[in-house]
Design a binder for this molecule. Sequence first.
Ligand code: ADP
Length: 596
Amino acid sequence: MLVALVPAVGVLWFMSVAMRNERLAVQERLADVYLNHLTSLQRQVTSFWQERQAALRAGGQQLPSENFASLVRANLADGIVIYDVAGKVLYPVAANGAAPAGGNAGLARSLQAQSAELLKAGQKEQALAKLAELVGDVRLRDVVGAEGALIVPNAQLLILKTADANALVRRQARDDLEKRLNNYSDAAMSSSQRHFLMAEVQALATAPNLFPTLAAEEMAAEYLEHDAARPSDAKLQRTPLPKVWSLPSADRTVVALFREERLKAELAALIGPLALPDSRVSVLAPGEVVTADKRVPELDASELLPGWRLALSFNGADPLAAASTRQRRFYLLAGFGVVLIIAALAFMVARFVAAQMRLARLKDELVSTVSHELKTPLASMRALVDTLAAGRFRDEAQLRDYLQLIAKENVRLCHLIENFLAFSRMERGKHRFQFKNLAPGDVVRAAVGVMKEKLESLDCRFELRLPPDLPRIRGDAEALATVLVNLLDNACKYTNGAKRIAMQARADRGHVWFEVEDNGIGLAPAETQKIFERFYQVDQSLTRQCGGCGLGLSIVKFIVEAHGGTVEVRSAPGEGSVFRVRLPVAGNDGSEAQAS
Ligand code: ADP
């Protein structure tokens, strides 16, 4: 017990320590996996923004306005500001100063002034005619007024505001103006006038989104109103506008403006599909906080986005805890398995030791019994032989008596030795039976033949009931005869005075029964099972007197069971005993038949 308990407790203690350490290690390993994941996301974010930065290049020979429009139309940012290398703003810029009047400019300004007068006087039709004249004259297309703004687009806006909804002049003015405002290659128009006109025309229009670049124009203008200086660093930074961020190109000639929601949406779209199972990564703007898992530290989102961070949190079940639970289950199972193995080994060792001890005890018992049992017949034979050798006998009759006594002791000795040998073979598992189909009557007669002398003695009345036509049994003739001899011998030994011994064989429901009955000393109920154990003797003094060694019935039981049979006893003290052996009838093919 202790042999199994000490190592089992040791193993369990060791496993519990190992389990605790391993649990932490598993959590750390898994946290490392998630941290590596964040690091790889960091690299993706950086390369994404590097690409964006590289795309923010002012295109070669293009006008700044064209650059602006193409970058905004490519949807690279919410707003764009373009600088020259010296840091001067190229787009968007306020209107140029007033251009000198004269020539076409004079005509344009005079038509503008006349139409304004007519409108003031309430002469709408004449005013519109003047405006149509102004707008229709191709020479006046790029003429600017006193404030530096183009005159024709302003006149077109006035027509839009004044003319009836369906008037042809109005439709023409609207189409022309829309086209012109969307045409960023038109160098004559200042960005401030474009921005102003876009807003005015859109306000008058019923259709939405006439100018896709208008929002970018507004953001850029607003940005420049607050801070016109070119950023000093080519990284993402806050602007004076609320929740608007700027990212300059590497040479800082193009500054892209982003609303914070757009930045977050772009980053989320980038990293969302890359998330590891069970986890979610949030992009946090500077100062923003979420409840993230503290075991996986937050990382900077990218060197290009200072202050922005990546934070990991788990959806639902915590995989770190789940992994350590899995690990614990594994350790528990392994520990249980090891304890089971130790217990099984201890059990096997204990069984082996017990078997060895039993064998050693058996050997001792055998040696002492054998020597004692052999001594008695040998001593009496020796005394008889010595008497005869010394010629100390009266006549021939006494000589014959002595010789018969010697022969009797001899038989007893043979019987004893046979039992010892049978027992020894049985114990070593070396007993081999020669199975044959046998007539039960033959077995009975062989046994009675061996016991003839005892059974026919004067103080014994022996009765044999052997019906003809008993079914055959399958067995070893010699071994089965030994069984019956042992039972008959016991019946003689354990019956005092006038012996009445009966032996019968009978068939019953697929079995043949052999019964040996005596009127002897009988057995107490407690003894009826024990007597089949080896070396067990009810009364040592009695058996010594009778000459036995406590092996006969154990040999009987062994042989009967090897034949698929049973042996039992019915007895009461002073009332004799009946020993019954039941053996199966042989089948047609020679095997033992099944009992029905
Ligand atoms: P032994 O060699 O001592 O006879 P057995 O194994 O044949 O050994 O019998 C075991 C014991 O069972 C005997 O010692 C005896 O006490 C008891 N026994 C056996 N047969 C009978 C019987 N017919 N009547 C009474 N007791 C018996």
